[in-house]
Design a protein around this ligand. Structure first.
Ligand SMILES: *Cc1c(COP(=O)(O)O)cnc(C)c1O
Length: 217
């Protein structure tokens, strides 16, 4: 485990799928990890990270960004509308756009400031009650709605149900992206990123396999 091991596995998965390594971005998911571990990965040269909470990211990334050049941080967790502005200032991409109210709030702030992070729309491919995301049936309509708001929608994101085989969900996400002309696919975590790459993932979100298990205090 660790960054170099995951890098090697990503390269291998790209080779196996006949894809270029440059077409897959590794988001190192640093949520809950101690700052020393995050700093080790920064020192190894990695620059793209993921966080799932606005508050937690605000507490550590401004300092890291001041000390390391070229750092990018993506929001991969749910976003409350009242934290939209802060999230847009902090993050280079938001993977969890999942409802009209949030899309409109982002559009309003983007117009006002003249800038907007890259956006991914979260699709609840497993249609799970407790999970965020638009249902697969609503996805086309919501994508169109976001585009009508001039939002920079780059792709789709999903978190497959834990107890199901992820391949079906990766395939579904890709199908929705393809028919909507979206190139980005944020899918695949520690346990299944190689499979996600086989299904066309452009952004894999890998936490524990890089940093070790998360220890919740
Ligand atoms: C925590 C998290 C990950 C990383 O999970 P690991 O299993 O540790 O790789 C990926 N995506 C999302 C949305 C997460 O919240």
């Amino acid at each position: 485990m660790g960054l170099s091991d995951i890098e090697a596995r990503i390269q291998h998965a790209c080779d196996a799928a006949g894809r270029a390594r440059a077409d897959v971005q590794l988001i190192a998911v640093s949520k809950v990890q101690p700052n020393e571990r995050v700093e080790d990965v920064l020192r190894e040269g990695h620059r793209l990270f993921g966080e799932n909470k606005v508050q937690e990211a605000a507490g550590k990334w401004p300092d890291f960004k001041a000390r390391f050049d070229g750092v990018q941080v993506h929001l991969i967790g749910p976003l409350q509308s009242n934290k939209t502005r802060q999230a847009m200032e902090l993050f280079d991409a938001i993977h969890t756009v999942d409802r009209p109210k949030l899309a409109k709030a982002i559009a309003r702030i983007a117009q006002e400031t003249g800038s907007c992070p890259d956006l991914f729309i979260q699709v609840n491919t497993g249609e799970e009650e407790q999970k965020a995301g638009v249902s697969p049936a609503e996805a086309d309509g919501f994508i169109a709605e976001c585009r009508a708001l001039d939002l920079p929608v780059k792709g789709l994101m999903c978190i497959p149900p834990v107890e199901e085989t992820p391949a079906l969900h990766f395939a579904l996400l890709r199908k929705i992206a393809d028919r909507n002309g979206l190139a980005g696919l944020s899918m695949g975590m520690s346990s299944d990123f190689e499979q996600a790459i086989a299904f066309g993932a452009t952004h894999v979100r890998v936490g524990s396999a890089i940093f070790g298990d998360r220890v919740y205090g």
